[in-house]
Write a new protein. Structure first.
Length: 456
């Protein structure tokens, strides 16, 4: 039954994208499918959150009715366009005849990778520490607690102020599945793990050759650390997915100046804010850089330069409003972000010693054997031709990484509630994990983007 939920989520996302995206923009099939699934899962979670806000309880009947109503509405206003585009996802008999041997090989390899992901996930079927102590525990509160708002009164170790997109996705899936909550969380983790790798493939294929896209996505889906953390049932994999989806859709928006695609980019940016607190930072940086890029480098009349940022803001507001409501009216303040004694705190690590601790620990982490030298590969790709990373749309992604890493460095150096080494041990690998898909995309996009090759 959980398959029905995933299909409904995919259909909701697909119909939304079909409504927003112009027929003139040719989206690669895998990219459209992955964006549809990711957008649909996020929208389903927000609709479930809305049902909790309105009725103050878990009601699977209300949740399912909301999904059906949303799909019916989108079908009604989108039916003519849908007839033209449905073949992109469901090819006809003639298209199936054109499947080549390399396509069969690719499907076989993808299938093998899914099996590998399943086997890795099966080693820890209840997830790792933060899964059962935080995300899955909150899912159980949503489903079985007398008052779902008890989540916000839990001990601060459970991070009661953390965004709840993953628990709401799992609660949505549970409304359809005739299984235990642990099975639902397990299945969602496998789906997100593979979908993120497939999204990287589709994103790269949109701009590069198929072979380049396949290499990049295979590097991700065969990486031991990626497989371990993506199946840990953490919200980190959601953040990784929406970050890559936001970057990909923003690049297409910059290239096409399409209003509908700007709205779509904004939707993904807003969803990202409801994954983790880091998603709010990512959203603000990407939104700001995108608006500056369009306003400064657009050759149109000055007033016209604000049209695309306005549509981007519309999409962002449509999904980020749920995060705003959550943060302002429900979630308690995070003592790690806004410590009460910050004015009297001694910044023990805000010095050269602290900087060297961060640098040395980072160097040890990026050469850790579990990464299979994927980060040294990224460094080599950058060092080989740094200018490629600061041309056209690549520059926006590169500046984004620089901004976030500088913010991250500042956060580490101003650590006051923890030992810095312990904090690095607990967080750095997970940070590198959710940055990895987008970093791989940037490296391969900067070096092998199709329009650069054609110009040469």
């Amino acid at each position: 039954m959980i398959i029905i939920f995933y299909f409904i989520a995919f259909l909701l996302g697909y119909l939304t994208i079909s409504l927003l995206v112009s027929d003139k923009i040719k989206l690669q099939t895998t990219l459209r499918a992955c964006l549809s699934l990711g957008l649909g899962l996020g929208l389903c979670a927000l609709l479930t959150f809305l049902s909790f806000l309105i009725f103050n309880k878990y009601s699977p009947v209300i949740i399912i009715l909301l999904y059906l109503a949303a799909i019916a509405f989108l079908l009604f206003i989108n039916i003519n366009k849908l007839k033209k585009n449905i073949k992109d996802i469901f090819p006809g008999h003639s298209a199936l005849k054109n499947i080549r041997s390399k396509d069969i090989l690719a499907f076989t390899l993808w299938g093998t990778l899914i099996v590998c992901i399943f086997l890795v996930a099966k080693r820890l079927p209840f997830g790792r520490w933060d899964a059962w102590a935080l995300y899955n525990m909150k899912t159980k509160f949503l489903l079985f607690s007398g008052s779902w708002k008890d989540i916000f009164r839990l001990h601060w170790h459970t991070q009661p102020g953390y965004p709840l997109l993953l628990p709401f996705i799992n609660a949505s899936a549970y409304s359809f599945a005739q299984k235990t909550i642990n099975s639902v969380c397990f299945s969602t983790a496998i789906l997100l793990s593979f979908s993120c790798g497939l999204l990287l493939f589709g994103s790269l294929k949109q701009f590069t050759r198929s072979s380049i896209a396949f290499i990049g996505s295979t590097l991700l889906l065969t990486n031991p650390v990626y497989l371990s953390l993506s199946t840990a049932q953490y919200a980190d994999i959601l953040l990784a997915f929406y970050l890559l989806a936001s970057i990909t859709t923003i690049i297409i928006t910059l290239q096409t100046k399409d209003k509908g695609f700007a709205v779509l980019s904004g939707l993904f940016l807003g969803l990202m804010t409801f994954t983790k607190n880091e998603g709010i930072v990512f959203c603000l940086i990407l939104f700001g850089l995108t608006c500056l890029n369009i306003i400064i480098f657009n050759k149109d009349a000055f007033r016209s330069r604000f049209k695309i940022p306005a549509y981007l803001l519309i999409g962002l507001a449509a999904t980020a409003i749920f995060t705003i409501v959550f943060k302002l009216f429900l979630a308690p303040p995070n003592p790690d972000i806004f410590p009460a004694n910050v004015s009297n705190a001694s910044m023990e690590f805000l010095n050269f010693k602290g900087l060297m601790i961060v640098v040395n620990f980072t160097l040890k982490e990026i050469v850790y054997k579990g990464w299979c030298f994927i980060w040294p590969l990224m460094i080599i790709m950058f060092a080989g031709n740094p200018m490629k990373f600061f041309r056209k749309e690549s520059s926006l992604i590169s500046v984004f990484f620089i901004c976030y890493l500088l913010i991250l460095l500042f956060i580490y150096l101003t650590t006051i509630n923890f030992d810095l080494t312990w904090r690095l041990t607990s967080t750095l690998q997970r940070i590198l994990f959710y940055l990895l898909p987008s970093a791989l995309f940037l490296g391969f996009f900067a070096h092998w983007r199709r329009n650069d090759t054609e110009q040469e």
